[in-house]
Design a protein around this ligand. Structure first.
Ligand code: DQA
Length: 149
């Protein structure tokens, strides 16, 4: 069974209690359950990881690149959190490891502060899901499965 990796970046471990007006009341555990259920329905295994550390996310993207090249993984769904707006290193990792990536944001970053309007990840992403709440995660999984043909 092919795999999809769901990566959540900094502060997303606080989902549920963190600014619920922006991010809703679902916890990270709820999100990961939704992702696994979506994968189950579509016949793919979904693995979920979260880190507050940029280097850890980079290492996981490199590993994903190897699994994609080996035909074991379809791609990655990543909510890079605030690294979206700062991390050239994450951009380089996605490009350098040749990862098929859906960038995801729970909130509509374009309707928020100006510093959230720019993403270093978007030019390296295959697609982007923004502002659909946590329901965006299963949609991203569906999209990756669709793209894999
Ligand atoms: C976020 C938006 C980012 O601007 C913010 O730093 C986050 C979460 C979102 O899911 O809406 O941590 O990626």
């Amino acid at each position: 069974m092919k795999k999809i990796l769901v990566l959540n970046g900094p502060n997303l471990n606080l989902l549920g209690t963190r600014e619920p007006a922006q991010y809703g009341h679902e916890t990270l555990a709820d999100v990961e359950r939704m992702c696994k259920e979506a994968g189950h329905k579509l016949g793919v295994a979904v693995e979920c990881r979260q880190s507050n550390h940029e280097g850890q996310l980079i290492d996981w993207i490199h590993e994903a690149g190897q699994e994609i090249a080996a035909g074991k993984m379809i791609g990655v769904v990543m909510n890079p959190g605030a690294y979206t707006h700062t991390s050239i290193a994450l951009h380089d990792a996605v490009k350098g490891a040749n990862v098929t990536l859906i960038e995801l944001h729970i909130s509509n970053v374009h309707a928020r502060e100006e510093f959230r309007h720019h993403s270093y990840i978007s030019p390296a992403a295959r697609g982007i899901i923004v502002g659909l709440g946590v329901k965006g995660y299963p949609l991203a999984i569906e999209a990756l499965v669709g793209l894999s043909g």
